[in-house]
Design a protein around this ligand. Sequence first.
Ligand code: HXC
Length: 326
Amino acid sequence: VILRSIDDKILQEVSKAMAPSVEQFSSTSWRPRLFDNKVLFCTGGSGSICSGQVRALVALGANACIVGRNHDKAKNVAADIALVRPGSIVLGLGGVDVRNHESVKEAVETCVQRLGGIDFVIAGAAGNFVSTIDDLSANAFKAVVDIDLVGSFITAKLTLPRLVASAERARTNKDLDSSSLTGGRIIFVSSTNYQCARIAQAHVCAAKAGVNALSDCISLEYGPRGVTSNVIAPGLIDDTEGARRLTDPTLRNDLIRSVPVQRLGLIKDISDATIFLFADTGSFVNGATIDVDGGAWRIRAAGAGPNYPSLPSRAHQVKLGRGSRL
Ligand code: HXC
């Protein structure tokens, strides 16, 4: 018992000294310097969810390039993320619209020149607003599909050759520790809207369903070249600007009640799924979608009523008879 408590103490001290910021952004199971020498390219990196993903990877050793439309936002968010780990390099490139092939191409080239390659990609740029089909013009529908879906394709198309090279490097680099065996991975940030209809979200549901299909096809074509492609589909993530903008605060308690785990998501939930997929833990996961929504879409699909999560009363179960189907 004494030895164990000494061991625990030493472990605590070592992890405190090595990675003061790691605990803040990811579960304690992720080891410090997991992504040393790795480079992440992220679109939509100035947004709340993606900047959280980038922050977690940088905390664990990666360097990163985030791109976005707004110059100041990209630069400021990049500078803020870089503070998480002294010595890290985080580029913030503004003026990059994922709908524009040339602007993404330029950003990818800058990333490769400045950081030496690309090992991981997060395709996270997205547009969203609330509009029923009655009010949705064809141009508004197209704007969201162009950002979410066409933008994801352009990002993938321009970075996949870099990811193939990274996967090859990881495969042949036998001298380094196991963290270096990872590389050549792309994650698309979708939404649970990809699989269920939502009122006033036709444009987003259509675009996100396409993003999932795109990722599946990439997993099929690029798996043999060592690249994995997966989707993270967030549910309602509480600590984001999008959630603040698009949700009615008076419905907050109802929203929480409608999630099986009885809470809303946090940016950290998405970061942890990201680390899992990019680390060696995710090496056999390809063409998958991880719904990070506390099970919320399951109960929508199951058609759970307004009294959820109350279970049928014992008397009601007895009346139905043991083993009866509800
Ligand atoms: C209704 C809108 C609109 C809005 C634009 N449009 N914004 N319609 N409500 N808020 C319509 C315009 O009227 C126009 O149609 C067409 O869309 C194109 O508009 P532009 O302004 O020219 O396009 P663009 O500058 O490319 O704008 C992109 C956009 C915009 C996505 C459409 O809303 C935007 O930039 N949003 C900010 C970024 C964003 O949404 N981030 C969210 C990330 S995801 P007409 O017919 O007039 O020409 C997220 C998930 C949260 O937040 C989930 C929580 C539930």
